[in-house]
Design a protein around this ligand. Sequence first.
Ligand code: DGY
Length: 310
Amino acid sequence: MTDPVMERIRSEFDAILPPAAGLTPDEVIAAIKNHQAEGLLFTSGTKFDASFIERLPSHLKVAATCSVGFDHIDVAAAKARGLVVTNTPDVLNNATADMAFMLILAACRRAGEYDRVVRDGWGKFYGMHEFLGTEVSGKTLGIIGMGRIGQAVAQRARGFDMKVVYHNRSRLPAQFEAGATYFEKLEDMLPQSQILTLHAPGGAETSEIVNRDTLALLPRGAVLVNTARGTLVNEEDLIAALNDGHLFAAGLDVFKGEPKPDARFASLPNVVLAPHMGSATFETRTAMGNRCLDNVAAVLAGRPASDPIW
Ligand code: DGY
């Protein structure tokens, strides 16, 4: 949590702060019980599944995840238990869209390799032939998941003269499309997507939506960027496509095995890696923390939460 959020926690709440190393699920339950806590702040690193929810004492009224995604939460179990659970929509749209665009640029222009070669003392004045990237401007960008983050990415793409196509559960009203063209069928959109960026939620419906078959539909030399959830991608198939040159590069902020991504990604020069940092700006993390506290404060004061997930 940022300093302004910590100040607010200390001044407005009788809070139990976890140690820097964090707490195990058992320790969280024990702390809630021992302090008769009524509200809980957590992140997507906490597996908020049915067995955890069942053990939460009844005095806990509200649990606020400091994330927009809630695939780590068993919503049905929370509902059955009557626990108000909230998330932090909207406030991270720009930061996450910036991150997606940073990875698009970094993957297309081989930023990771440039950085490493300069640090290693490359020593050439001007390499005419080495480390050539692929242009971003003018390319066609495919977006899977045209929620608020996907829309913010589409807006940025306009500044790069990109053609934008998108696939979503349903077509958006024209004012939210940012000039993008809707494809009802993913397999019809992929052959056009020279750069593909993922902005769909995690969960069973989107599990491994990027796999050998869908990757094969991308044009040769395409670039994949994922700032959404690792579960969207079959990583074996992605690694194969990066190794055999079907994909030019990938930019990955999320992985299946977080916090320990598949080690093979680190040995692929054409992959730019980030440790799940899409929303990691001071401004956005402050806004997310405040949003959590607003939700907790509302429920504890007997008012409805502004961001309930059920
Ligand atoms: C989010 O807000 O969902 C981020 O991915 C952190 O989990």
